[in-house]
Design a binder for this molecule. Structure first.
Ligand code: HEC
Ligand code: HEC
Ligand code: HEC
Ligand code: HEC
Ligand code: HEC
Ligand code: HEC
Ligand code: HEC
Ligand code: HEC
Ligand code: HEC
Ligand code: HEC
Ligand code: HEC
Length: 288
């Protein structure tokens, strides 16, 4: 990078000699007569000043005050302007914002109060371009509430789909303990590591950011057990499945997960009670 910067400085200094500036009276002064920062004080007022600015404005702007019309007069467009000194971002996938050269929608080219010259922090940075709506449904994943987009996504480029920093459950286990998922029997879709089969990573209208209400979610794959028939098959009675309070979980409605652990369990039928026969299951909620 240093060699590139040195070559550049030589080119720029020779160009800068001809940079003209219009004063408010309309007469032309030259760059070496009035320092840019005398008027453009905001360009270096942030806590972090871009080192390129310390090298001189003319390293990026050629003749912004030359003639009647003010122009940015950039040496070249972004991202090439930035890639004069910075390495381009490698990875199988580049963030479209980066590929499109929108560096200055995230970074100030001059100075900022945020680290890495960022124009905003947390999720606000992302919402400069992405609509907030998909992230704001009733049940938000706490990681999104905390604005931790960058704990899951690379900002520039990466090797995984959706710029993810890790794949499948490995991503989730970077914050959640994998121990909670290691019961004797692991529910097959959980064992496949595909947590987002059931959970939206951002937000949803269902508890625990589930993709669908629990009943629908489960019966997508277990159509035969979608009704209460399967619970007490031999009595010709449909046990309720939803729509009544769950006696074993205060504040919750009865659902598939009243009886079955969605991730795993110590029983083949994924029962939630420790003692794993169906009869003992009944005793969780019924006296006899
Ligand atoms: C005498 C005061 C003054 C000096 C010195 C000055 N500028 Fe400006 N500059 C202005 C004013 C006023 C504007 C128009 C308002 C604005 O954009 O801030 C402007 C606008 C600009 C713009 C924006 C052009 C656009 O398209 O909007 C750039 C880029 C710029 N100046 C760069 C420079 C650079 C580089 C230097 C030093 C070589 C410099 N200025 C020196 C007063 C000055
Ligand atoms: C690393 C390259 C780079 C350097 C160095 C640089 N600029 Fe800029 N400048 C840009 C880019 C890129 C834009 C366009 C920003 C945008 O579109 O949001 C810009 C925009 C501007 C603008 C107009 C918009 C604004 O932010 O007000 C002014 C004025 C300006 N620069 C002045 C300066 C001055 C004065 C210096 C030196 C103190 C300087 N620039 C140094 C890249 C640079
Ligand atoms: C003339 C060379 C040069 C150009 C052009 C340039 N940079 Fe830089 N930039 C540097 C140097 C030198 C540093 C400090 C060393 C480092 O962190 O790599 C730096 C640091 C940074 C940083 C890290 C700041 C920090 O606080 O750690 C960001 C972000 C950045 N540049 C973005 C950009 C963007 C965006 C552009 C294009 C608009 C750009 N740079 C163009 C030279 C340049
Ligand atoms: C979507 C927003 C976004 C865009 C677009 C973006 N960046 Fe960044 N950039 C970031 C964030 C966030 C960080 C801080 C990363 C971190 O904390 O690990 C960063 C860090 C950097 C750094 C310093 C650390 C590093 O990774 O080298 C440089 C330099 C940089 N960006 C340059 C650029 C350039 C050049 C472009 C355009 C080609 C660009 N960025 C486009 C968000 C963005
Ligand atoms: C400068 C505008 C801009 C900003 C800021 C921005 N993005 Fe993007 N992002 C885009 C565009 C454009 C696309 C491609 C269109 C789409 O899929 O919506 C995209 C796509 C994505 C994708 C899909 C992956 C792909 O490229 O197919 C992810 C993931 C993503 N952005 C994450 C983020 C995160 C996280 C942030 C905040 C750190 C962020 N974006 C900030 C513009 C932006
Ligand atoms: C950056 C850290 C982080 C990552 C990565 C992460 N989570 Fe979370 N998650 C949290 C925090 C913090 C909570 C709230 C505290 C808790 O319940 O442990 C939470 C809670 C949850 C909840 C309960 C509802 C809620 O939002 O409070 C679910 C469901 C969840 N996470 C699923 C996932 C899935 C699925 C993945 C992988 C796609 C994942 N998490 C990855 C941080 C993370
Ligand atoms: C817990 C990890 C995690 C967090 C935190 C997170 N994401 Fe994602 N994001 C994912 C996963 C996993 C996918 C892939 C979803 C899929 O394939 O259905 C994704 C997909 C995306 C996509 C592309 C597909 C889509 O749904 O539009 C965008 C854009 C995106 N995320 C932006 C963001 C933004 C912005 C934030 C912060 C507000 C954020 N993400 C926070 C894990 C996360
Ligand atoms: C088959 C669907 C399904 C899969 C796959 C799945 N979950 Fe869940 N998860 C659920 C359901 C349903 C709940 C709500 C349980 C309840 O009713 O309380 C839940 C609740 C959670 C909770 C909050 C309550 C708790 O148990 O702490 C977290 C965190 C969580 N899941 C993380 C994950 C992670 C991480 C993965 C991947 C390793 C994963 N889930 C895979 C269906 C699933
Ligand atoms: C993506 C499909 C899928 C979803 C969604 C799903 N399961 Fe499963 N489930 C399976 C598979 C595959 C097995 C392994 C048994 C098999 O091959 O039939 C299984 C096994 C089970 C078993 C063990 C009994 C057996 O036949 O081995 C129970 C109980 C169960 N699931 C309940 C649930 C509940 C409750 C939900 C909702 C929280 C749910 N499942 C969501 C695919 C799914
Ligand atoms: C009140 C408790 C309870 C509820 C609620 C419940 N189940 Fe069951 N489930 C059972 C019992 C008991 C069995 C064992 C039945 C038997 O003896 O074969 C069972 C068995 C199963 C099996 C295994 C069937 C087999 O023989 O392989 C699946 C799959 C299943 N349930 C899915 C669901 C789904 C999906 C829901 C929600 C729509 C649900 N269960 C709701 C108690 C319940
Ligand atoms: C998670 C709690 C829960 C479990 C476990 C459970 N039930 Fe129920 N059961 C209920 C609820 C709630 C009702 C509806 C009560 C009402 O409508 O007032 C109900 C109703 C019934 C009824 C209708 C008669 C009555 O008491 O109203 C029968 C019969 C029944 N259950 C049998 C069983 C059997 C057999 C098992 C074990 C295989 C079982 N239940 C497991 C919660 C449970």
């Amino acid at each position: 990078m240093k060699e590139r910067i040195l070559t550049l400085i030589v080119i720029i200094i020779s160009v800068q000699i001809f940079t003209g500036i219009l004063t408010d009276k309309g007469s032309v002064l030259y760059a070496d007569e009035l320092p840019c920062l005398q008027c453009h004080t905001s360009q270096d007022s942030g806590d972090t000043v871009h080192m390129a600015v310390q090298m001189g404005c003319g390293i990026c702007h050629l003749t912004p005050h030359d003639g009647e019309n003010l122009t940015l007069s950039l040496l070249m467009d972004t991202p090439d302007l930035c890639y004069m000194c910075h390495d381009s971002f490698e990875g199988k996938k580049q963030h479209t914002a980066v590929a499109a050269g929108m560096c200055v929608t995230c970074h100030s080219p001059h100075s900022s109060d945020n680290d890495n010259l960022l124009l905003a922090t947390g999720s606000d940075l992302c919402y400069r371009c992405h609509a907030e709506e998909p992230f704001m449904k009733d049940n938000q994943h706490t990681a999104v509430t905390f604005g931790m987009c960058l704990s899951c996504h690379e900002p520039h480029a990466g090797d995984n789909e959706n710029l993810l920093v890790a794949e499948d459950s490995e991503l989730c286990f970077s914050c959640h303990s994998s121990k909670d998922f290691k019961k004797e029997v692991t529910h097959t879709p959980v064992a496949s590591g595909n947590c987002i089969l059931c959970h939206n990573p951002h937000s949803s209208d269902n508890i625990d950011s589930l993709e669908k209400p629990i009943g629908n979610l489960c019966s997508d794959c277990h159509g035969e057990e979608a009704s209460g028939k399967h619970i007490i098959q031999n009595y010709g009675y449909d046990h309720p499945i939803t729509g009544v309070p769950d006696p074993s979980r205060a504040g919750r409605q009865l659902s598939c997960t009243s009886c079955h652990g969605p991730h795993g369990s110590d029983s083949e039928l994924l029962f939630v009670n420790i003692d794993t026969s169906p009869e003992n299951l009944c005793l969780m909620c019924h006296e006899s």
